[in-house]
Design a protein around this ligand. Sequence first.
Ligand code: DC
Length: 226
Amino acid sequence: MARVIAIDGPSGAGKSSVSRIVGEKLGFLHVDSGALYRIMTWQCLKRGVDVDDPAEVAREAAKIAIECRAVGGRIAYFVDGEEPGDRIRTPEISANSSKVAAVKEVRDIVTGLLRSMTAHGDIIVEGRDITTAVFPDTPCRFYLTASAEARSRRRQKENADKGIANETADAVKAALLARDTMDSKRKYAPLRKADGVVEIDSSDMTIDEVVAEIVKLCGNAWGTAS
Ligand code: DC
């Protein structure tokens, strides 16, 4: 049976970079679950859906076809035969994705897609409800966090590096905290630290240190050399 490493945590905690590298080291496919919520948001906005209306979002979400394929160490998503790329990384999508992700029907669709990905092999999945709702029974579950300052600093640098936004540190921090609040306060599968998960605070850790910790603990859990 395919093995699953589950990683949750707030925005900017370093989940994506860490998951990518751990996946490479252990030969697990990297699965970015947030990208699926971003695709749903992108498509809803593109199709003129009022994202403040959960019923309208739910109706449209059922019509969005996302194809998932294993490509170069990760699960890639295709909509109408194309990868969305940075079109789902804009501040507009970031700001609206918490609303779309709060809709139960959207969560059910994305959860189904995520669970079906074990058909491709061992996976490392990062998000907000992976340890609590999507794969709560996997032995390797982590809650990756960092201070709000460290997280907004990283997010601002990431955005600047990609050349997709040029916001002040304060604006980045405010947007990040607003999303944290929505993601943790929503009714369905809110972001929370589940019982029994390993918490890692990466505020003062390098990516390599976090990766080493996760690789070691997964090795212990599955009894494999790492
Ligand atoms: O990690 P991210 O910023 O790409 O996530 C985009 C949005 O999707 C964000 O509002 C949190 C939400 N999300 C979620 O609700 N559950 C997940 N498993 C992953 C992301």
